[in-house]
Design a protein around this ligand. Structure first.
Ligand code: PGA
Ligand code: ZN
Length: 766
């Protein structure tokens, strides 16, 4: 096109005055692409080729530039600024002229290959794709414009899928099945070439190359990008962790943005398998892969194709760069297995012994976990194995539990797949064989279960919360924070166990902590002003000598006001009554009341508190086995406030299911050591969510520096967390980890906020 200048003048893109410079750009296999410039104006001119420049014979209809121009205009309309501006579309010559990216912009592919993989870019691309998909979902007009799938067939289905099906008879039936389902799925505008090569980055982000755009299956775009990211993860070991994060971030952002359209993860990963093999054995092999990487991609691709994992995390684990064998090696390095368990007695925040386990994998990854311990325990909790030898640690020693880990559990789990958490936990449960975990001890079991999850994250090179995420979008929890303690956690005379604040006005997790700090400091000042002790109780809350619950609630109200926060708007109140511990089987014996209260009287007492104070949540308002009283309490208060079952449910699926059936409570406290394994804990969270119950991930009054709960709360989207006061390192280790996760998630981090609190709208008020 020697006359590109004349052509652009004729098309009205450039004017007749002023020099025009033109140069050929590396245009890929399917187009002639030129850059042209007149004064400051820079454009790209693209003419479609009929015969593509690849080794294989491969034809395509040049009308695709017209489709591309239309698609660019549509994409721009849906998300302004997301694509280059279309300056001219010439249907007779099959030429498209678009704005050129400013000098200094680079393709995302170049950045990735240079090891510069930013998850924020991946998240942006996930969101963008979700917007295009959802905005064109079941849109008749878009379907009419982009209904032609010929180009997609020619440029994607034939060279990628069908060629693999022909060249790899072992895969062909599986590949054909994916093609068939994809061809039957016509849901939205599909870009068709959504890959790092087609993302331009600079002061903004543009997506280019819409020539394969069509009305089709959104899974294709997802799989196409995921495949590119996963292959790059194999190819750039130095950036493999970041590329894993990019992969997660892309999927999570898409999933978070698009509600009705997200295809099943296994279907998408099956496509990734087809495409991965196609990048090796198809018509357009990835030029940058080494022989060893190609071999790994073949293996991983067929594994994805035949047995797609159920989570993006598992797919990322499959593309660990360790899968690439050094040249000359004939066997691939085996997937890691559990190789060794070490256990010891360490001390918790009360100075009492507890179990710590180091679990090591065959690839040398180590996961460490230590377990907490309660003081106001429910009688239905799993058994905590202690030595009972009063000459050592007053009987609190855990040498027997340590021995169970090393002697009984280790032989049963060594050699197991650390990524199969459910299988591992089922083994622990079977090995114990009791209903209350009294043979192995829930402390021994939980330490192993959690250490395995940690080791898995280390092996994959991803943060723990990402490892636990499954297909969910991470959610930072609303904290419920202990300010004043009573009951079994403090020496004072308050019968109720926790008086907490909930920073319901905060917009982010870190802002929530600032609010809590301000109120806690004002509480301390008020106590000092009144000559009351500000000594701390087990969970770092103050344990002042107050007699009545009202006195503690009024103190908190005064502190909130003193901190300049609006009562019930910025900050609300919550109680953990822990009523089991002052119920004698018949009557509630509060130290503040002259006479014990009947269950009915006590319930009315709680109702009066809810009337008088901005209380949004009450935990264990009644005793652990008073199912009828609980049902009545839920009928009376369940539509107004959150009612949390702790000693009531003890993180036990059967007790929770009973409660759901009986209309008891509307939220569940989640404490891993009440049940003994991670898998059962997550099952309880999922059951609660399905039933519309809120979930509050909770620490115990005796804790260690282990911050697992923070990652667990984010990864399970629990919505709320209760880990004690803003004091003492065993509490702060969790708060601080949440701050780190908030930072890692960046400005797009989701924070649960006040919406996480349960109010049971299904329960009519009496
Ligand atoms: P615990 O207290 O750990 O002593 O059981 C915490 C709670 O009751 O929520
Ligand atoms: Zn409790």
């Amino acid at each position: 096109m020697a006359t590109v200048g004349d052509y652009l003048i004729e098309r009205g893109v450039f004017d007749a005055v002023g020099a025009i410079e033109a140069a050929a750009l590396g245009g890929g296999v399917s187009n002639v692409v030129l850059a042209a410039r007149q004064r400051g104006r820079r454009v790209v001119v693209k003419q479609a080729l009929e015969r593509l420049r690849v080794a294989d014979e491969w034809l395509a209809n040049p009308e695709r530039v017209i489709t591309e121009g239309d698609a660019l205009r549509l994409a721009e309309r849906l998300v302004p600024g997301s694509v280059p501006e279309v300056l001219d579309l010439d249907p007779d010559a099959f030429v498209l002229t678009i704005a050129q990216a400013p000098a200094g912009w680079a393709t995302w592919k170049d950045r990735l290959l240079a090891g510069n993989a930013d998850p924020a870019v991946a998240a942006r691309l996930g969101e963008l794709l979700a917007t295009w998909h959802t905005q064109t979902f079941e849109d008749r007009e878009v379907r009419r414009m982009f209904g032609g799938v010929g180009t997609f067939e020619e440029l994607r289905v034939e060279p990628y899928y069908r060629t693999v099906a022909r060249r790899r008879p072992d895969l062909s039936a599986a590949v054909e099945a994916y093609v068939e389902r994809m061809q039957a799925t016509r849901l939205c505008l599909v870009h068709g070439d959504y890959s790092p090569k087609n993302v331009l980055l600079g002061s903004g982000l543009w997506v280019i190359d819409f020539e394969v755009a069509h009305y089709g299956d959104p899974a294709f775009d997802l799989a196409f990008m995921l495949n590119h990211l996963l292959l790059k993860r194999l190819h750039v070991p130095d950036a493999s962790v970041q590329l894993g994060l990019c992969t997660e971030a892309f999927w999570s952002a898409y999933e978070g943005q698009s509600t009705q359209l997200v295809p099943s993860i296994t279907y998408v990963l099956g496509h990734v398998g087809c495409l991965m093999v196609a990048r090796v054995d198809g018509k357009s092999p990835a030029e940058y892969l080494t022989t060893a990487e190609r071999e790994a991609a073949r293996d991983i691709g067929s594994r994805l194709l035949f047995d797609p994992p159920r989570s993006i995390a598992a797919a990322i684990a499959l593309t660990h760069p360790d899968r690439v064998k050094p040249p000359g090696m004939t066997r691939s390095r085996a997937a890691p297995t559990i190789a060794e368990l070490r256990a010891r007695e360490v001390l918790d925040s009360r100075g009492r012994p507890t179990v710590e386990v180091d679990l090591e994998l065959s690839d040398a990854s180590v996961g460490r976990a230590s377990v907490p311990s309660g003081a106001s325990t429910g009688s239905h909790e799993a058994h905590e194995l202690r030595d009972g030898e009063t000459t050592r640690f007053g009987g609190f020693g855990v040498r027997r539990a340590v021995a169970k880990v090393v002697e009984t559990i280790a032989p049963a789990v060594i050699g197991r797949d650390p990524f199969d958490q459910a299988g591992l936990d089922a083994t622990l449960v079977d090995l114990d064989g009791t209903s209350d975990r009294s043979r192995l001890g829930a402390n021994a079991m939980l330490a192993v279960s959690v250490a395995a999850a940690r080791a898995g994250a280390v092996s994959r090179g991803v943060p723990l919360w990402r490892h636990l995420l499954g297909g969910r979008t991470p959610l930072l929890p609303l904290p419920m924070v202990n300010i004043v303690s009573g009951g079994l956690h403090a020496l004072g005379s308050l019968s109720f166990q926790d008086f907490l604040i909930v920073p319901i006005g905060a917009a982010t997790f870190s802002e929530a902590l600032e609010t809590v700090y301000a109120v806690r400091e004002c509480t301390r000042e008020l106590l000092t002003d009144r000559g009351l002790s500000d000594l701390k109780a087990d969970e770092g809350g103050f344990g002042p000598p107050l007699d009545y619950p009202e006195a503690a609630l009024e103190l908190l109200e005064a502190a909130i006001v003193r901190a300049g926060r609006k009562l019930g708007e910025d900050v609300a109140l919550a109680l953990d009554v822990a009523a089991t511990h002052f119920f004698d089987g018949r009557l509630y014996r509060l130290s503040s009341e002259p006479a014990p209260l009947t269950p009915h009287e006590f319930r009315e007492r709680l109702e009066r508190l809810v009337d008088a104070y901005p209380i949004v949540s009450i935990e264990d308002g009644l005793a652990e086995d008073d199912w009828e009283g609980w049902a009545a309490l839920t009928r009376r208060l369940g539509a107004r406030i959150q009612l949390v079952g702790d000693d009531l449910f003890t993180t036990n699926l059967r007790r929770l299911e009973r409660g759901i059936t009986a209309g008891v409570a509307n939220a569940v406290l989640v404490k891993m050591n009440q049940i003994g394994t991670l898998t059962e804990t997550i099952e309880v969270i999922e059951c609660a969510r399905t039933a519309g119950y809120a979930t509050v991930v909770s620490a115990r009054s005796g804790e260690t520096e282990d911050s697992f709960l923070a990652d667990l709360a984010v990864a399970t989207c629990a919505g709320q967390i209760k880990i004690g006061s803003l004091a003492q390192s065993e509490r702060l280790s969790k708060y601080n980890q949440l701050l780190r996760i908030e930072e890692a998630l960046g400005p797009g981090a989701r924070f649960a906020g006040a919406g996480a609190l349960s109010r049971d709208h299904r329960v009519p008020k009496d």
